[in-house]
Design a protein around this ligand. Structure first.
Ligand code: 3H9
Length: 694
């Protein structure tokens, strides 16, 4: 018997327990162990029924994702599942934790299912660019009906056990000890002469209502999962479930699963899955690093960002002081916070009681001196080095010597901000993304002097805020903005070369970004970019690519907030701003740039390869510790399509040699070293390396 499986008889019932930490994933040894146990159960004269249960924090959380890049090893999961279902003796799945993907498919192959009420179930494969490939697409519609099954599979959501019970996906909710409850359930079934319920034997039927359901979902999915490969394949499988015999439909499911698994989309999403877990393990920051006590927080600066950061902390249970030395700004901030909560309330996501409780923890003031006792201060004022530096110096004379001071700067090098401060070890960057109460990403920026305990405390805060905290080293723009600015640079260079904002944005959106670069600049505000570009004025060769946005800003076109920027805005509609084309023409003349037609292929290649090249520099300069940090940042904070994995993963997919050759070509065409390739990429190619193991 496999060491990860235990077979034990309790009151004439075989208890098959799986112990494969951390999440009991279905690795080869687990699959083999389950198969052997089912055979043993069927030959065991003592055992009258079997229970599949798991040790540790959860029931099986799915197939072992790390095995998907390797050739499959026998027994493959669909075979294991058929073996379970074919058992002549009743098998019951006993669920706790999260029974997901192949885990829930295993449970559906069992003849009955019980669960504790805290358990969750689901088929989240879509989030990995896959479909449930061990007959889940065939069994779930038989269990809960086609409509609910499609909804579960295309949302990938985890469903509460009680909800699953109501739909018939779970037969019994157990209170108290799961194994005791499962044994009782087994005995009741045996006493009632219950027979194995085999879902594969249930007949399904395609009728006109199902046809409409399928057609509606196909349309819905096109919007919800724009660009993704696997969601439509899930619908194909459900369609097959309704109009094909089970065995044929399962074959189709297998074929489509293998297509999904081999797709670049799934490889990218699987890589991101592991990278998003890797970022929590910060190099040189042991898990037992002491943390500082953190009971209260202050946010200085009540602008859009400051007020949304305040909401984020209020939502996570902290008492928060919101400070602004300008009364009008403070009032606007308070009203912004109320607006955010009102909208949550209107959508039914927040009760009256919770709303009031959150607001009761908010204190506002015009005086910095009121925050002398707080444990963490986040400055969120104007993006100007001098003003931020002065504020940080002032704050350190007000607060305790061990208060953490975080700056929400998006570009300023923290190593410069700590100069001439009293306690540089207390200073750290917390770069939030707009809207700060909703966006998952938090770039945590450490300076050369940030204390380890400060870093450990802030990574803990990120978790409490339910954000993905990625620790990076400091430097202009850190990792995210530095990379994203090269994308915006290239967009603006192409504008000078004759492409319009509309053309460039369209190509970026078709490639998978939710918004094109010019729409992003208009949304964030050209004033924001003006202050960023000012910091680049001394960087030779770079500034000349931003003149259009400079002219627009200086003539009062600040983007959406002034109804005019790269586009004109009227009510909720957006139109081309013809002035932009004219300004671009004039600027191209001024800088001697020839205008021409640029095709979509060149547009997207330049936008993405510029990010890849900068990403390699960011790696080479050790701003981040591995490529996954960059990909997690760009997909969670900048709209880089998840199914393309982030710039570094995408470079692997295209092939480093090809990317490098194109970068060298652009380097020949454009002055100012903007395209000069990093040494690291050449070195990697020479060594036959890629960013990720394949
Ligand atoms: C599938 O089942 C396909 C089938 O339909 C068909 C097959 C033919 N594999 O997230 P955490 C690791 S596709 C391997 O930090 P949490 C994870 O990397 C699969 N490893 O914990 C981490 O490792 P480390 C469908 C896995 O408590 C550790 O476990 N299933 C897997 O926040 C802890 O993870 C899914 O998509 C796995 N399947 O959340 C579920 N899962 O400690 C994917 C986790 O070295 N998993 N690990 O960093 C999850 O959603 C969450 O991990 C879960 C726990 C909710 C289970």
């Amino acid at each position: 018997m496999s060491p990860v499986i235990q077979y034990e008889i309790k009151n004439n019932i075989a208890v098959i327990s799986i112990n494969n930490p951390p999440v009991n994933a279905l690795s080869q040894s687990v699959r083999q162990g389950i198969t052997d146990s089912i055979h043993r159960l069927n030959q065991d004269p003592v055992a009258r029924a079997g229970i599949i249960i798991c040790v540790g924090r959860t029931f099986i959380a799915g197939a072992d994702i790390s095995e998907f890049n390797k050739p499959p090893l026998d027994p493959v999961l669909p075979e294991v599942i058929s073996t379970i279902e074919a058992s002549n003796k009743i098998i019951i799945a006993a669920l706790h934790g999260t029974a997901l993907g192949g885990g829930f498919e295993t449970a559906m192959a069992c003849h009955y299912r019980c669960a504790v009420s805290e358990a969750k179930v689901g088929l989240p494969e879509v989030k990995l660019g896959l479909l449930p490939g061990a007959s889940g697409t065939q069994r779930l519609p038989r269990l809960i009906g086609a409509q609910a099954a499609i909804q579960w599979m295309v949302s990938g959501e985890h469903i509460e056990a009680e909800e699953a019970f109501k739909l018939g996906a779970i037969d019994r909710i157990v209170t108290g000890d799961l194994l005791v409850g499962a044994l009782e359930f087994a005995n009741e079934l045996l006493a009632a002469d219950a027979t194995p319920v085999r879902l594969s034997e249930k007949k399904m039927l395609m009728d006109s209502a199902s046809e409409k359901l399928i057609a509606d979902y196909r349309e819905k999915i096109d919007k919800q999962w724009r660009g993704y490969f696997s969601p439509q394949k899930i619908i194909d499988c459900v369609e097959a479930c309704l109009n094909m015999p089970y065995d044929e439909a399962v074959k189709l499911e297998r074929k489509l699963f293998n297509q999904c698994k081999a797709s670049s989309h799934s490889k990218a999403l699987r890589q991101l899955f592991f990278s998003e877990r890797q970022v929590g393990k910060v190099p040189n920051l042991p898990r037992d690093t002491p943390v500082r006590e953190l009971n209260s927080v202050a946010v200085v600066g009540a602008g859009t960002m400051g007020s949304a950061i305040t909401v984020s902390f209020l939502n996570s249970g902290y008492p928060v002081y919101l400070i602004d030395q300008d009364e009008t700004n403070l009032d606007k901030g308070i009203s912004n916070i109320k607006k955010i909560y009102q909208s949550e309330f209107d959508k039914g996501r927040l009760s009256d009681e919770h709303l009031n409780e959150r607001l009761s923890r908010l204190t506002t003031s015009l005086e910095l001196s009121h925050i002398h006792k707080v444990d963490l201060v986040i400055e969120s004022i104007i993006e100007d080095f001098e003003i931020k530096h002065n504020l940080i110096q002032q704050l350190q004379t007000i607060v305790n010597p061990n208060t953490i001071i975080a700056t929400n700067t998006s570009t300023v090098d923290i190593n410069r901000l700590i100069e001439n401060t009293l306690y540089p070890e207390n200073i750290i960057g917390m770069h939030f993304f707009a809207p700060a109460h909703l966006m998952k990403l938090l770039e945590i920026v450490r300076s050369n002097k940030t204390g380890k305990d400060v870093l450990a405390t802030v990574t803990g805060v990120a978790k409490k805020l339910k954000k993905i905290g990625v620790v990076v080293n400091s430097g202009f723009g850190f990792a995210g903005n530095r990379i994203f600015l090269t994308y915006l640079r290239e967009a603006q260079l192409m504008l000078l070369q004759g492409a319009s904002p509309l053309e460039i944005d369209k190509v970026a959106c078709e490639w998978g970004f939710p918004m094109g670069p010019f729409s992003v600049m208009d949304l964030s505000g050209l004033d924001v970019f003006y202050s960023i570009y000012k910091q680049l004025e001394n960087a030779p060769g770079k500034y000349c690519y931003y003149p259009v946005s400079k002219v627009l800003f200086e003539s009062g076109h600040h983007g959406r907030k002034t109804q005019s920027g790269f586009y004109q805005y009227q009510d909720s509609s957006k139109h081309e701003n013809l002035q932009v084309i004219e300004i671009s023409r004039q600027m191209a003349d001024k800088y001697g740039i020839e205008q021409r037609r640029i095709d979509g292929e060149e547009i997207i290649e330049r936008l993405i390869y510029a990010m890849i090249n900068e990403g390699v520099y960011v790696l080479q300069e050790k701003i981040v510790s591995n490529p996954g940090d960059i990909d997690v940042i760009m997909t969670n904070g900048y709209g880089f399509p998840r199914y393309r994995g982030g710039p570094m993963c995408y470079a692997d997919i295209i092939g480093l040699e090809k990317v490098y050759q194109s970068i060298c070509e652009y380097d020949k065409q454009y002055p100012g070293n903007i395209w000069s390739p990093s040494g690291l990429i050449r070195e990697m190619i020479d060594k036959g390396e890629s960013f990720y193991e394949t």
